[in-house]
Design a protein around this ligand. Structure first.
Ligand code: MLC
Ligand code: AMP
Length: 503
């Protein structure tokens, strides 16, 4: 009986009294203690009637318990479906309905809001709070600390991560055990992680970066993580001398650079700073090196593919590039119209293939066919170029996507809501450079004849439907939207007009 994901990430630590999670109050959870908690949760999930292949949706604050739910899913073969804590009840309703989740875990504060969602979908609802309390942990408290691991194969599904699209609703990316394992093992080796490392973990654990990259790499290497509820610059400054590595989105690094206490002296014991999920400005890379002497290692990935490329550990970490395809990953730059591979140096859509690439979108065979070719290449929608030394540079996107502080925001989702607001004739949402978040959404509105738009009321009206981080940071009213001869809104003109809005 084997279960590759559980065996290779978790099971191998049975009895190991080595530190796994170090909490801000210096409390240590060893690998073995973590495994025992996960086994209790595996017994709990099983007692609640879930079996391998069922979906368990979690919208919970970051905690050791939340992470142990992921391990319990691996051990039981249940598919783990983490959800952004910022999502509204309306957004969660879609994920629960679409995934057919049997169990939904949420914070007690969200319980009243989500009870009707769970009931409408015949899902069980239990609570798990950021401090580890809740009905789920109470249910599991007296259960055995051992669980007979359910047999699974590398091709079985391990997780669903929902990702939005340029049109329509979010799609559940189906990730197999192999997708996660292969990538974590490649990355741990590529970035030289060992049991001696201590990773500063301040990313959320409901996305690829914090969950599958940061956590799984540490589990492969056997090292400890200093584990925080979220980004906290004070805690970073305090704890950097006790750590060796940090993984973050570019906002982490620009914020650290804004702090005069972040110096070469402070970071002298650090081995590695890794950035990803959004473009790191070459200028940030240069400033970071000037300040600390460290060259940030930038890598490139996606929910559907895990990590695709990385700058080298040894060798030149080239600012403004995302490095080379990782071992086992094939990457080509293709003509967006024909799909033909383009000659080196030309700009086109990046396509990738390898054991890291997902299995498809849950119950969306057409969407899967549109993006995942029969030969296994996934069309990323990112525009890139490969230089003569083989470094990949992302130059833009062939998809209408805004990335704010590492979170993806699809303009269409916001435009549909703005178009419904009182007095609005039509809208266009664009991404505008933002000093903290990299990019932020701005809504451009056209009023119906005779209507006077109230921007504050329109923004307030989004609160029930749209997570705060997706809401436009500004609304602008214009007489009409610029259109080309085909009638298509020219967002490039709008982006140019408003590019200095947050400068
Ligand atoms: C928070 N807010 C944001 C935001 N995060 N607004 C825009 N964009 C964001 N990313 C808003 C909140 O709604 C709130 O608004 C206010 O900012 C304060 O919230 P907060 O929670 O205190 O913010 P903070 O802790 O400062 O968070 C900022 C952040 C965080 C950048 C640290 O967003 C973050 O951790 N981002 C990482 C995202 C990530 O992990 N992405 C990986 C995706 S995987 P208000 O108005 O209510 O005050 C992927 C694949 C790959 O992309 O390659 O890795
Ligand atoms: P997500 O769907 O949340 O996984 O976001 C994936 C997207 O983030 C990619 O398609 C890219 O557009 C972007 N991305 C990730 N890493 C980088 C990077 N290092 N540089 C530029 N864009 C990146």
């Amino acid at each position: 009986m084997t279960n590759p994901l559980y065996d290779r990430l978790f099971g191998k630590y049975a009895g190991a009294e080595t530190p796994f999670l170090i909490l801000p109050d210096e409390r240590v959870i060893t690998h073995d203690a973590f495994l025992r908690m996960a086994a209790r949760f595996a017994n709990g999930i099983t007692a609640m009637g879930l079996v391998a292949g069922d979906r368990l949706a979690v919208q919970v604050g970051k905690s050791p318990e939340a992470l142990a739910v992921f391990a319990a899913c691996a051990q039981t073969g249940v598919i783990f479906l983490p959800l952004n804590t910022a999502y509204t009840g309306a957004e969660i309703a879609y994920f629960v309905e679409n995934s057919g989740a049997k169990l939904l875990l949420c914070d007690t504060k969200k319980q009243a809001d989500l009870a009707p969602v769970a009931a409408a979908n015949s899902a069980r609802l239990e609570t798990l709070n950021g401090d580890g309390s809740g009905s789920f942990t109470e249910f599991c408290a007296a259960l055995p600390e051992a669980f007979a691991t359910v047999s699974r194969s590398a091709d079985d599904l391990a997780a669903f991560l929902y990702t939005s699209g340029t049109t329509g609703r979010s799609k559940g990316a189906m990730l197999t055990q192999m997708n996660l394992l292969d990538n974590a093992e490649v990355l741990a080796k590529h970035w030289r992680f060992t049991a001696e490392d201590v990773l500063l973990h301040q990313l959320p654990i409901f996305h690829t970066h914090g969950l599958f990259v940061a956590t799984n790499v540490c589990l492969v290497a056997g090292c400890a993580m200093r584990f925080y509820a979220g980004f906290d610059a004070e805690a970073l400054i305090r704890d950097i001398p006790k750590a060796t590595a940090l993984m973050g989105v570019p906002t982490f690094y620009t914020r650290l650079l804004d702090d005069a206490r972040f110096t070469k002296e402070l970071t002298k014991g650090m081995r590695l700073f890794i950035s990803g999920s959004a473009p790191l400005l070459a200028e940030t890379h240069v400033q970071f090196e000037e300040r600390t002497g460290h060259r940030i290692l930038e890598r490139y990935g996606m929910t559907e593919t895990n990590m695709n490329t990385s700058n080298p550990y040894e060798g030149e970490r080239r600012a403004g590039t995302v490095g080379f395809p990782l071992p086992g990953v094939e990457l080509k730059v293709c003509d967006p119209q024909t799909g033909e591979a383009l000659p080196q140096g030309e700009i086109g859509v990046i396509e990738v293939r390898g054991p890291n690439v997902f299995k498809g979108y849950w119950q969306m065979p057409e969407k899967t066919r549109e993006e995942l070719r029969e030969d296994g290449f996934f069309i990323t929608g990112d525009l890139g170029r490969i230089d003569e030394d083989g470094y990949v540079t992302i130059v833009g996107r062939n998809k209408d996507l805004i990335i704010s502080g590492g979170y993806n925001i699809y303009p269409k989702e916001i435009e549909l809501l703005l178009d419904e607001a009182e007095g609005v004739l039509e809208s266009a949402v664009i991404g505008v450079p933002h000093p903290d978040f990299g990019e932020s959404p701005v809504g451009i509105l056209v009023a119906k004849a005779g209507a006077v738009l109230d921007a504050d009321a329109i923004l307030k009206g989004l609160n029930d439907s749209l997570a705060r981080f997706k809401q436009p940071k500004a609304l602008v009213v214009v007489p009409e939207l610029p259109r080309n001869t085909m009638g298509k809104v020219q967002k490039n003109i709008l982006r140019e007009t408003y590019k200095a809005m947050f400068a």
